[in-house]
Design a protein around this ligand. Sequence first.
Ligand SMILES: Cc1ncc(COP(=O)(O)O)c(C=O)c1O
Length: 396
Amino acid sequence: MKIITEQEIQQLRAETKGTAQRIHFNNAGSSLPPDVVVDTVIDYLQEEAILGGYETEFKYKDQLEYTYNLIAKLINSGKDEIALVENASIAWGLVFHGIDFNEGDEIITTEMEYVTNLIGFINMRKTHGVILHIIPNDEQGNFMLSALEAAISPKTKLIAVTHIPSTAGGMIPIVEIGKIARKHRILYLVDACQTAGQAPIDVEAIGCDMLAVTGRKYLRAPRGTGFLYVRKNMQDKFKLLFMDGFSTPTISQTDYKVRPDARRFELYEKNRAITLGLGKAVEYALNIGVDRIWQRVQFLADALRQQLTAIDGITVHDMGDEKCGIVTFSVSGIDSPAVKARLFEQNINVSVGLAKSTLIYMDKHHLTSIVRASVHYYNTKEEIETLCNALITIVC
Ligand SMILES: Cc1ncc(COP(=O)(O)O)c(C=O)c1O
């Protein structure tokens, strides 16, 4: 694998207007889209306004369809295993709430689970009497595979994990968890919201049955885009929460038949402009190479962690052996929203991770909020230095 050269980075930055304006370290919130993604969306909307919505859709039907091929390539799935949705929460909820839970069924998750998913579990506990097992990380912040295996019982119905947590730099070993899920034949749902576009995803290697993704984060796609993967031989096992003539094309006055693919989880009406934008963003990532992106993201994040650790008054919170592009820290004596605001004045975007986003982990470490600086491949070592210099003046 060839690393992304500095020359390439300059070219990629030149193709992203935003990089000339600000230093953007909020890629885990929403990254800066490449110009080609923005232009694709705007051009499509302009055409819709002149030609008509349905007519433009017909004109671009092949390109719209190709978005599924691109996503399938990104995650090594079949294109009939992809549904386009608005965001990762919808993707996750469509399958989670489609599972036929009964009283006493058990769900296993980790301490890094995202808020949407945790709410889903609690709701299922309240309404259906399911039992939730949360596997904690060890003292070094690594997931305990042996504890997962020990927690499995004949009542275990679902293993649901978040690969890259919202407010921590560590990662959950989804491939190793997948091996355990498969060995015990347990339904396996992965939240890969922060992973797509940051690190390679291979649903065959992961062995997951369902995977939820958003577009606006590391994929650099427009807001309001996302997708759901559902393994082909599992698709019939889910209740559909919504149906229309698209998800359910065959209908008589007494019965209906749903589509034979994952698009049964979609409804007909959606924003075609951002669908094309999502396709462009996926294509852009594939052209660079997601393995190369991942290598650069880790390199920049390591550099940032090292420099932050050297600043008196800053505590880096990231734990675990394998880390990602999300770097979390706090500044002694200054609360995280104030740090964010001071950096914003200096043209630097970071975000604040609230306790609720990754509640179990944050509570365990007595964190109410952290500063989150999330790097992408288009960030530079110079930008990292500028951020650290700005933080030094804030600490003093
Ligand atoms: C780990 C994780 N999962 C899921 C989500 C939800 O994504 P969305 O806002 O696209 O629904 C987020 C959003 O920050 C996230 O960080």
